[in-house]
Ligand binder design. Structure first.
Ligand code: COA
Length: 355
């Protein structure tokens, strides 16, 4: 069977820098609180009404395509991971296909809704397509325009301060070079705690899960038979259309699952943490990354962190961080690179790559 490699990579972050102090204009928070709990100093917000998840994805994709030394017409499959799509449907994959101006109609476009682990899931899918010989150039994009959908009141502060906008992309191709390429990918999920980190409206649940889980929430559609169930004024008025998160719960599971899934990938390949040249964790929280680093016994130069500058950019965080590490020469040919992610779902995963 063939092996696949990341042949090109690119990232884009919007120009607009939003510092922690900027956020204090809208909510009761402080630079000190945010830095101490998350390590975040600033994040980027896209230009409203000019930039979207798909336009940022396009910019990252163009860089990845150029970096791979191919033409956009060479792309034969698009995978787009995001939790903040331009439209509820259709997904960003087709918007990217249109924006790239790929004229081939046979190019497939797949959207992935796996939140923080979306990029790792996408890489695994790309890897399977390439390994089987079905596609030669898979474009994988992770992009998020969080700033359009956050609660900027004090009520939403625990979520809002964490997230930022940005995009990253890779081109996955077959490789014949001995030892090079994606060694393995490991993917997991546990929906038991789906609502612990979620944006549940708009949606077709109609309160179903809340009733089963005995969650006391008034969605305001008791009299509705048709319409106004998916989305209604009550949801808007009561702030029920924003993401919510039980931070400490998420934290505890994250610090357990990150090391577990990294060890699984290493063990499967007959490797140990000491073999890792660069760990690029999903940039969820600097404290989580530091915890994982300690558990793995890795030195500072073997873990890439840039959450300080960009916040948590969900599906975009790994490709943005990886692109930066590659550009700065911190990831070189022959290096063992480990990607790992955990997030809403919960879903988590890892990928081991010989660069
Ligand atoms: N600014 C100031 N105070 C804030 C705040 C903010 N942005 N957000 C929450 N607080 C307050 C809370 O209201 C609470 O106040 P109280 O004690 O008066 O009730 C206090 O700070 C502690 O809140 P808590 O949620 O217990 O804080 P924490 O230490 O758990 O830190 C997170 C909160 C969100 C930073 C932390 O739980 C975390 O990082 N979790 C993981 C989140 C994550 O990684 N998500 C992405 C997964 S991919």
């Amino acid at each position: 069977m063939l092996k696949s490699k990341i042949a090109g990579i690119g990232a884009y972050v919007p120009e607009g820098v939003v510092t922690n102090n900027d956020l204090t204009r809208f909510m009761d928070t402080s630079d000190e609180w945010i830095q101490e709990r998350t390590g975040i100093q600033e994040r980027r917000y896209g230009k409203k009404f000019e930039e979207t998840t798909s336009t940022m994805g396009l910019k990252a994709a163009e860089k990845a395509i150029a970096n791979a030394g191919i033409d956009k017409e060479d792309i034969d499959f698009i995978i787009f991971a995001t939790l903040s799509p331009d439209y509820y449907f259709p997904g960003c994959g087709v918007l990217l296909q249109r924006a790239l101006g790929i004229t081939k109609t046979e190019v497939g476009a797949l959207d992935i809704r796996n939140q923080c682990s979306g990029f790792v899931y996408g890489l695994s899918v790309a890897d399977q397509f390439v390994k089987t010989g079905m596609y030669k150039n898979v474009l994988l994009v992770g992009s998020e325009m969080h700033s359009m959908g956050l609660d900027f009141s004090t009520e939403g502060r625990n979520v809002t301060v964490i997230f930022g906008d940005g995009a990253g992309a890779v081109v996955v191709q077959p490789t014949e070079k001995e030892g090079q390429g994606i060694i393995n990918t490991k993917l997991h999920s546990d929906g038991t705690y789906a609502e612990k980190l979620a944006m549940i409206n708009p949606g077709s649940h109609g309160g179903y899960h809340a009733e089963k889980l005995e969650i006391d929430v008034d969605y305001g559609y008791s009299d509705a038979e048709f319409g106004e169930i998916f989305v209604n004024e009550h949801m808007v008025e009561n702030g029920q259309m924003f993401p919510n998160m039980e931070g400490q719960f998420v934290f505890k599971l994250a610090v357990q699952k990150f090391p577990e899934v990294i060890m699984e990938a290493l063990g499967d390949a007959g490797l140990s943490p000491q073999d890792i040249d660069m760990l690029v964790p999903h940039q969820a929280n600097l404290r989580i990354s530091k915890f994982v680093q300690k558990r793995m016994g890795l030195s500072d130069d073997k873990v890439w962190n840039n959450i300080q500058k960009y916040g948590n950019t969900t599906a975009a965080s790994i490709p943005i961080a990886l692109a930066e590490a590659v550009e700065k020469g911190a990831v070189k040919e022959g290096d063992l690179v480990c990607l790992a992610a955990f997030g809403s779902g919960f879903t988590w995963g890892s990928a081991l790559i010989r660069w």
